[in-house]
Design a protein around this ligand. Structure first.
Ligand SMILES: CC(C)(COP(=O)(O)OP(=O)(O)OC[C@H]1O[C@@H](n2cnc3c(N)ncnc32)[C@H](O)[C@@H]1OP(=O)(O)O)[C@@H](O)C(=O)NCCC(=O)NCCS
Length: 329
């Protein structure tokens, strides 16, 4: 019997993240695009992004983040019962899954492995499913969110390519007597999916007429959706748990655009400083954005035992969601 069994809850026991070494600054982009550092900073808050080099793939980033999270948790890979990989930029379009590649590489020989695609909301979704699986099965679960969005982008399209970056974040969950992962709100509006789409897959037969397979985005449609759903998720999580925003130590939003966070803060009548931001350094890393930010805060020593944390995301689908955590690592 596993030593963790009989524990009804789950908590985060370890965090890790990884950013590829190559950095592309706004000034670098000025050389190849009709854009300026001033435009990108003033419209998004982004100053630079990390991107993979040739031969570096989604699983490579995920493996690095996973190893760091396992080391931080003091858990060996063979103790894991499940590896969940949140990604929308998997190594292979269909299979094998990136979760299987990570499971194999880290030696999680007793774990199942599954990809989860909720686009940029991937981490809140994965954390939600992982907390149930972890508590049910009484054994550690690894959540990895890894993305190489740079490979989906048309680097000649200034309206999309300046916004994104690559990276990975990971969390190890263990069964717990006290709830570390407390609650989640997950949602979607599948009627609005065309706002962010990559037109490839079985709808686009390999030998048929294929559109340009780059990411396509209607940024103006997503902006108000993001502001509304982020605010909704925060209020729902607070209300359901009889909390006020002042009870929350850290709010960690998906890092898509600083102006989206500023708009949420304005609507909620709180200073933007209530939200943790690292978008200037990492840009939008899709599902990896929230766990990279969480790990940044953690490694900076800013998270104390007992701190309540909200993680909030939104993304393609369209999807949205968030988690309420109490830090008891
Ligand atoms: C994409 C986004 C940054 C665009 O900002 P915006 O203020 O709406 O800018 P607009 O699209 O109105 O463009 C304004 C002008 O800047 C131009 N522009 C767009 N990208 C530019 C760039 N990188 N550099 C310089 N100019 C640019 C446009 O062509 C437009 O020019 P025009 O007025 O001559 O037509 C913003 O809409 C956004 O962040 N939306 C949400 C997207 C998102 O979060 N996606 C991820 C979901 S997970």
């Amino acid at each position: 019997m596993n030593v963790f069994s009989q524990k009804p809850f789950a908590r985060i026991a370890g965090l890790g993240s990884y950013l590829p070494e190559k950095v592309v600054t706004n000034h670098d982009l000025e050389a190849s695009l009709e854009t300026t550092d001033e435009w990108i900073v003033s419209h998004t808050g982004i100053q630079q992004r990390h991107v993979v080099v040739e031969g570096q793939n989604c699983s490579d980033l995920g493996i690095m983040a996973a190893k760091r999270a396992l080391e931080d948790a003091g858990i060996s890979a063979d103790e894991l019962c499940m590896v969940i990989c949140a990604t929308c930029t998997a190594d292979y379009e269909n299979f094998p899954t990136t979760a299987c590649l990570i499971q194999g590489a880290i030696g999680a020989v007793n774990a199942g492995a599954v990809n989860l695609n909720a686009a940029c909301t991937g981490f809140p979704y994965a954390l939600a499913f992982a907390r149930s699986y972890c508590a049910c099965h009484g054994a550690p679960v690894l959540v990895v969110a890894a993305e190489v969005i740079s490979r989906l982008l048309d680097w000649h399209d200034r309206s999309t390519c300046v916004l994104f970056g690559d990276g990975a974040g990971a969390a190890v969950l263990v069964p717990s007597d006290e709830p570390g992962l407390v609650d989640e709100v997950l949602g979607a509006d599948g009627t609005a999916g065309n706002a962010l789409i990559r037109p490839c897959g079985t709808r686009f037969p390999i030998d048929g007429a294929v559109g340009v397979p780059f990411l396509q985005m209607n940024g103006k449609a997503i902006f108000p959706f993001a502001v509304r759903t982020m605010e909704d998720v925060i209020y729902k999580l607070l209300e359901r748990n009889n909390l006020k925003l002042s009870d929350i130590r850290h709010v960690i939003p998906h890092q898509a655009n600083r102006r989206i966070i500023e708009a949420v803060a304005r609507h909620m009548d709180v200073p933007v400083e209530r939200f943790f931001l690292n978008i200037d350094r990492v840009a939008n890393t899709s599902s990896a954005s929230v766990p990279i930010a969480l790990d940044d805060l953690y490694r900076a020593g800013s998270i104390q035992t007992g701190d309540r944390i909200l993680t909030i995301g939104f993304g393609a689908g369209l999807t949205f969601g968030g988690n309420l955590l109490v830090w008891n690592k």
